[in-house]
Design a protein around this ligand. Structure first.
Ligand code: CA
Ligand code: CA
Ligand code: CA
Ligand code: CA
Length: 429
């Protein structure tokens, strides 16, 4: 250990390579007669142990000296900038100014204090690319002012009430930059009624939903080429079916016109084949498109990136408010649907309206199984009847024997009741 007054106090020797021109003897003491090195000194540094930002390296080079006098050395110092990570910023606070609703200064904090320039944008659509954002920065848009070492500030007029998206572009002295999209930002002082009030005028009315160039439907069908914070219910910076379905839940306690406008909008989203509203033929079309790749925006109803049975489930349940086996889409599974199944029993090339519930074109035990699983769906309890009783009511001639056998096979019909049906068949024939 060197004493504090030593010129090497606090310094370490080079470890990676230490090859002075004046070599060292067997006692590891500098010796003018020892073999010479090449004069190179190298030291690997573990910069992961250093924080982001500026650090200082100082090197002291000592001249060989044989008379025991004071050390002769020269000093070389260099500033280094450790830049392992992208510069990360966060929203520090909103500070209302003036009296306008939603007029706020936004303070942005450079988390590691390495930022030397910050730009910020409000509610950019998700489809705006990083390179487009960098071009906007190049054009001088979104510039903030540095208020303190780690605080950058700018102001926005009329920030809407909703799940706003703030896109922060942070630069550090090395020129490194970072683009962050912060979603679900709700300043305390905001403009409008919030979710669903897309024009931020304080009320959720049908014009906020459809038939306008700013309503929910316009934003939804822009496929994220436009954005509105009052439409982003799940606060992910996107406006898609997840928000559409959340909107429908949200409006259930709103006016009947708002509810019916929303219902119409949800139904329109299920119009897979683009014809005649949303009906059984859209279920057929979606079944045929299972596994589709490429542009699947229309078919990927549950927005999970693939087209599969889950999208049909979404169409039948979330969009049509129905269940598998409701072949006439009256939101009830009852004797009418059983009659449709019975009259198509054993047929092929059938669609949903003709009792093919699972999309394989066949009307068979699988479809009967689905119908019986959801039997009584949407039917008030006092009006419910058992599936066998419905079959009986239909008259056995209307229920082909294989259907009845299918029902028996599933254990739905008791033996005595089956006997009655056979008797009925005999009477009729
Ligand atoms: Ca969303
Ligand atoms: Ca899907
Ligand atoms: Ca029905
Ligand atoms: Ca089928």
């Amino acid at each position: 250990m060197s004493p504090p007054n030593s010129p090497v106090y606090g310094f370490e020797n080079f470890q990676t390579k230490n090859s002075p021109l004046i070599g060292r003897n067997a006692q590891f003491v500098s010796d003018i007669n020892a073999p010479r090195g090449d004069g190179e000194f190298l030291q690997d540094l573990d910069l992961t142990k250093l924080s982001e930002g500026y650090h200082f390296i100082e090197v002291r080079a000592f001249r060989h000296r044989t008379d025991g006098g004071p050390a002769v050395f020269s000093r070389w110092a260099e500033t280094i900038y450790v830049d392992r990570l992208k510069p990360v910023s966060s929203i520090d606070s909103f500070k209302p100014f003036g009296t306008g609703a939603g007029d706020n200064d936004i303070w942005i904090k450079s988390n590691d204090m390495t930022a030397n320039n910050v730009h910020v944008f409000m509610n950019l659509p998700a489809n705006v690319t990083d390179s487009q954002i960098m071009q906007m920065v190049q054009n001088g848009q979104g510039q903030t002012n540095q208020l303190d070492r780690d605080i950058f500030k700018t102001g926005f007029f009329g920030i809407p009430n909703g799940n706003n998206v703030f896109t922060i572009v942070t630069f550090e002295v090395t020129g490194n930059s970072n683009i962050q999209r912060i979603t679900g930002v709700k300043p305390g002082n905001a403009r409008g009624a919030g979710m669903g009030d897309l024009n931020h005028n304080g009320t959720l009315s049908p014009d906020d939903l459809a038939g306008t160039n700013y309503g929910f439907e316009a934003v939804l069908y822009s496929r994220n080429n436009s954005f509105n914070p009052a439409a982003d219910f799940n606060a992910d910076g996107l406006v898609d079916n997840r928000d559409l379905f959340a909107l429908e839940t949200f409006v259930q306690d709103k006016s009947s016109t708002v509810k019916s406008e929303t219902r119409s909008m949800v139904l329109r989203r299920g119009n897979i084949n683009g014809e005649y509203g949303t009906d059984q033929w859209d279920i057929d079309a979606l079944y045929r498109r299972i596994g589709k790749t490429g542009d699947i925006w229309y078919e990927d109803l549950n927005v999970d990136g693939i087209v599969n049975q889950l999208d049909v489930n979404t169409l039948v349940r979330q969009i049509l408010w129905s269940e598998f086996g409701d072949f006439n889409l009256d939101r009830k599974i009852d004797a009418v649907d059983l009659g449709i199944l019975a009259s198509n029993w054993g047929q092929s090339n059938r669609g949903y309206a003709s009792a093919d519930a699972n999309g394989d074109g066949l009307v068979d035990a699988v479809d009967l199984g689905l119908l019986s699983t959801y039997w009584g769906f949407g039917v008030a309890s006092q009006q419910q009847q058992s599936i066998y009783s419905a079959a009986y009511t239909l008259g056995f001639s209307a229920v082909p024997e294989p259907v009845a056998v299918g029902l028996f096979g599933m254990g739905i019909v008791a033996l005595g009741q089956r006997q009655r049906q056979f008797n009925r068949k005999e009477r009729k024939s």
